[in-house]
Unconditional design. Structure first.
Length: 291
């Protein structure tokens, strides 16, 4: 039998690797597959030895493994085509099984690396996160969605508000964006935020152009991030003023409230965009590794 040249084998391997990396299902299964095979080998060996022979129904499997696979054919050291494994002594069975086990272990390492490169977790997460870091990370995700939506709506559609249905008195798209900007300051009213200055809601309300409104939105998130950055494990559950008593508001829950508020209005902005035939940027196909 003619063996596949080394260069050709390398090309086949690289092509196969590319297909695996592009398939998330294979990336999940492949790292586990060698371990499954390893667990099956001892039982298979015990069955083979106790029976003393290989059953004829495994002929197709033997053909696939030993006659058509160049690597296993080479490991067989010149084993002739058609030679029956029934005559192989137990030590040969054990030796070949050991070789198969070693191959499975060798496959496990690169398979795990493939899964990691395709979105798997490369390193264990720390046991704890600082409250400010965790909350700011979540706020950053909402900021990315909201700002993207605000930028996607054309300037001449900033006065758009739905009219077909029960939409009497709802905010226009531009008013939604301005409301979010104002709220990002209000949620942290009275906080000591070093290096940041709050903007009065009347100033934001007076803005007219898309560029001015989007800038105000971005600036408000900068302030909100700075405010959340002052939350520590020691003060996270300190009560804050400015909310109804039944809210039992603390620094941590005020930050969570601000994030939920962004999510609420982002959903409304999405509807406005789609009513105008625009797919929200966050709903479009994203480059690998992005949000």
């Amino acid at each position: 039998m003619k063996l596949v040249p080394l260069r050709e084998s390398k090309r086949i391997f690289e092509n196969g690797l590319g297909q695996v990396e592009s398939n998330p299902v294979l990336c999940e299964i492949l790292p586990v597959l060698p371990l499954v095979v390893l667990n099956l080998i001892p039982a298979a060996i015990q069955w083979q030895i106790s029976c003393g022979q290989y059953k004829c129904q495994y002929k197709g499997l033997r053909e696939m493994l030993f006659r058509r696979n160049p690597l296993l054919l080479a490991l067989g050291r010149g084993r002739k085509a058609g030679h029956s494994l029934a005559a192989a002594p137990e030590e040969k069975i054990m030796r070949r099984a050991s070789i198969m086990a070693a191959l499975c272990l060798a496959l496990a390492a690169p398979a795990a690396l493939i899964a990691q490169d395709s979105g798997g977790q490369a390193a264990a997460a720390p046991s704890t996160y600082a409250p400010a870091d965790s909350l700011n990370a979540l706020m950053g995700m909402l900021q990315w969605e909201v700002v993207g939506a605000a930028e996607a709506m054309p300037a001449d559609k900033y006065d758009f508000a739905p009219t077909s249905g029960e939409f009497k008195g709802v905010r226009s798209f531009g008013a939604q964006v301005k409301h979010l900007a104002e709220a990002n300051y209000e949620f942290f009213h009275g906080w000591d935020v070093p290096g940041a200055t709050a903007v009065d809601s009347k100033t934001i309300e007076a803005l007219k152009s898309k560029d001015e409104i989007v800038k105000a939105l971005k600036d408000s998130y900068t302030y909100a991030h700075a405010a959340v950055g002052t939350i520590t494990p020691q003060n996270a559950w300190d009560s804050v003023k400015g909310f109804p008593p039944q809210f039992k508001e603390t620094k941590a829950t005020a930050a969570a409230f601000a994030i939920a508020h962004s999510m609420d209005h982002y959903g409304q902005m999405v509807e406005y965009l789609r009513m105008n035939g625009i797919i929200p940027p966050a709903s479009r196909p994203q480059p690998k590794g992005s949000m």
